[in-house]
Write a protein that binds this ligand. Structure first.
Ligand code: COA
Length: 260
């Protein structure tokens, strides 16, 4: 089992909680933390005991306050490109994961933190959370997929405004924008995420993975999402869980899904 310097991993009831654990730096993502996130998300893919994952930040103040500015300040053109590409690759792994991934946003989600949250399949925020892409204040732009995913999530005009002004928005404003699914008091954040996760985990895992794949297909210009949907629908219909789900309905009982 991998050891982590900057993350805490806790597997409970099939849910892997991945906590970014640099509270003294407001959980800023240094390069080592990005590498560890890659390792942790690879575990979500590979470990059959893991049915879903929740990302959160340690402490009451921050989810993640961005990429680590002390490292960004040292970047040159060549290593800046690979810096962005490496982060993009890791966040794409999160987005494409065939198991549900929820961001439990417990405070500041700025820069790379907002990008991490947006790479997750959905976002639940505590009422003290603040979202933003303040990179322009530093003379840069988002580099971990933020320009793309924010535009997908909230639309062009609002994304342009947030990324050009660097303004932060509150959790409630983020919800109104469609950036966040739910806003709850901080003490209810993890229970709310667990509740959503447990509901998803009670469904057929293959179907859940294919919903993720089909929704992501919308944003892949090289893919015909309708064809992906039809293929995925057909794939579900060959599964044992489909037989179980339809039989259970007809027999007026709860289905027991096996993920096959
Ligand atoms: N990278 C590196 N360190 C960071 C950081 C980041 N993105 N965000 C916060 N920190 C560090 C601070 O330097 C400080 O460290 P120190 O105690 O060693 O000086 C510590 O975390 C606490 O932050 P501080 O700024 O004192 O907290 P605050 O409550 O006054 O302000 C923020 C909170 C989030 C508004 C402020 O930290 C901030 O603006 N952070 C940068 C956000 C950003 O631009 N992110 C995008 C980066 S590309």
């Amino acid at each position: 089992m991998a050891t982590y310097e900057n993350l805490l991993l806790d597997l409970n009831n099939g849910i892997l909680t991945i906590t970014i654990n640099r509270a003294d730096k407001l959980n800023a993502l240094n390069i080592d933390t990005i590498k560890e996130i890659k390792n942790a998300i690879q575990r979500v893919y590979d470990d059959t005991a893991v049915k879903g994952a929740i990302f959160t930040g340690s402490g009451p103040k921050a989810f993640v306050a961005g990429a680590d500015i002390s490292e960004i300040a040292e970047l040159s053109e060549v290593n800046a490109r690979s810096f962005a590409e490496r982060g993009q690759e890791v966040f794409a792994m999160i987005e494409r994961c065939n198991k549900p991934v929820i961001a439990a946003v417990n405070g500041f989600a700025l820069g790379g933190g907002c990008e991490l949250a947006m790479a997750c399949h959905m976002r639940v925020a505590s009422d003290n959370a603040r979202f933003g892409q303040p990179e322009v204040n530093l003379g840069v732009i988002p580099g971990y997929g933020g320009t793309q995913r924010m535009t997908q999530l909230i639309g062009k005009g609002k994304a342009m405004e947030l990324m050009m002004t660097g303004d932060m928005v509150s959790a409630e404003e983020a919800k109104a924008l469609g950036l966040v699914n739910h806003v709850v008091p901080q003490e209810d954040l993890m229970p709310k995420c667990m509740e959503i996760m447990e509901k998803i985990m009670s469904k057929a895992p293959l179907a859940i993975g294919l919903v993720i794949e089909c929704v992501n297909a919308v944003f892949n210009k090289d893919e015909n999402g309708y064809q992906t949907e039809a293929n995925s629908f057909a794939r579900c219909c060959t599964s044992e869980d489909f037989v179980e789900g339809t039989n259970a309905f007809l027999e007026k009982r709860k289905p027991v899904f096996k993920g096959i």
